[in-house]
Ligand binder design. Structure first.
Ligand SMILES: [Ca+2]
Length: 374
């Protein structure tokens, strides 16, 4: 069944690192800024009015986008057409925009569902028309859930820790026995792309492009390893909810949280944005192509890149993919470090999981023109 298969592949892609760890760790600790990066040049114009509730103004401007570390290769293994999709580092300009300070929470998403009656992808029963090759017993509503192993396992088979769970959806993130009761301030998860887009439209917002997301996440800095600088734990302080301990069987919660955390538990970045690294992955509006940066880099400074015209097909099941950013509470220095700045993620558009959410952006309203003189 494609849906099952694609879910698992996507889960792998957003969770994996095996080799090159020593080299990568060493490079991550190198405080010297890579020469591929030039300074961020922020627009100087002030915010075009009072901030919409729960949003901050991102000034926009010109910045160096991408990552010099071979994160893609590390995170996707040799079987996943490993290559570095975050290279080359290239100059990009984005206009200013408003951005949600936090990931969309369960409480916010519930408001949307109550107002519209919206039913998410994970709550819909897959049809025979959509999946003609699937046996009927597999056509059940559900989604992908991380399940820790009981002990150490070789990190070469993600089926050991990812399962398609009947009845898993945003109200039941880890399956039918789980709930979001008392979790109103947690990021909503088990969200497919169209679910995120539907929420954004209802809220009068939209999803960020990858360029907007990365400009915002860098918070005015340039070429830093993390959203806050070059040290994972400056002064010994954790700055994001990642996976500490031994993946995938022992989450030691050294950073304060085993599993998902409520929004806003760590210091914000330079633009006042919380959780732009770790906790949950965030959908972006770009179709995903691993060679998109190479295309852009040939054109000098690219203005407001919207992503490629179409997705590169998932090499494993041919399904279209959109970009995701930020990493999650399952990212570990043993297995995936895509909480690092500039790295990219992606996933099948119809597939959610319990570490994938989103946040929205909003364009500046055009200045009202004064009435013409009579
Ligand atoms: Ca954690």
């Amino acid at each position: 069944m494609h849906k099952l298969k694609s879910s698992a592949w996507r889960a792998l892609e957003i969770g994996a690192c095996v080799a090159w760890l020593a080299a990568m760790t060493a490079r991550a600790g190198d405080a010297s800024a890579p020469s591929a990066f030039a300074a961020t040049i922020e627009n100087q114009a002030k915010a075009p009015g009072p901030a919409p509730e729960g949003m901050v103004w991102i000034p926009g401007g010109e910045f160096s986008m991408g990552c010099v570390m071979p994160s893609e290769g590390v995170c996707t293994m040799a079987t996943m057409n490993a290559l570095n999709d975050a290279q080359p580092v290239h100059r990009v300009y984005v206009d200013g925009f408003w951005m949600d300070t936090n990931d969309v929470t369960n409480a916010k998403f519930e408001q949307f569902v109550k107002a519209t009656g919206y039913v998410t992808v994970a709550e819909r029963t897959p049809t025979k028309e959509e999946f003609p090759d699937a046996p009927p017993e597999n056509l059940v509503a559900g989604s992908t859930v991380f399940t820790p192993t009981t002990n150490a396992v070789p990190l070469d088979d993600y089926f050991q820790w990812w399962r398609y769970v009947k009845g898993a959806n945003w109200r039941h993130p880890e399956g039918p026995r789980s709930s979001i009761q008392g979790r109103g301030n947690y990021p909503v998860v088990q969200i497919a792309y169209e679910d995120a887009a539907a929420y954004a439209k209802w809220a009068g917002k939209r999803l960020p492009t990858e360029a907007e997301w990365e400009f915002a996440a860098r918070g005015g800095l340039s070429g830093k390893t993390y959203a806050w600088g070059n040290e994972l734990k400056p002064g010994g302080k954790w700055m994001a909810n990642i996976y500490t301990g031994h993946f995938p069987y022992e989450d030691t919660s050294e950073d304060g949280f085993a599993g998902i955390a409520p929004v806003g538990q760590f210091p914000p970045n330079g633009y006042g944005l919380f959780d732009m690294a770790g906790n949950v992955w965030q959908w972006c509006s770009d179709w995903y192509r691993p060679d998109y940066y190479a295309q852009l880099a040939a054109d000098g400074v690219t203005r407001n890149p919207p992503g490629p015209a179409a997705s590169a097909s998932d090499p494993n099941d041919g399904r279209p993919q959109r970009a995701q950013r930020g990493g999650s509470f399952l990212c570990t220095d043993q297995y995936c470090t895509r909480y690092m700045m500039g790295t990219r993620g992606k996933g099948d558009v119809d597939t959610g999981s319990n570490h994938l959410g989103f946040r929205c952006v909003k364009d500046a309203q055009p200045e009202k023109k004064s009435a013409p003189a009579r």
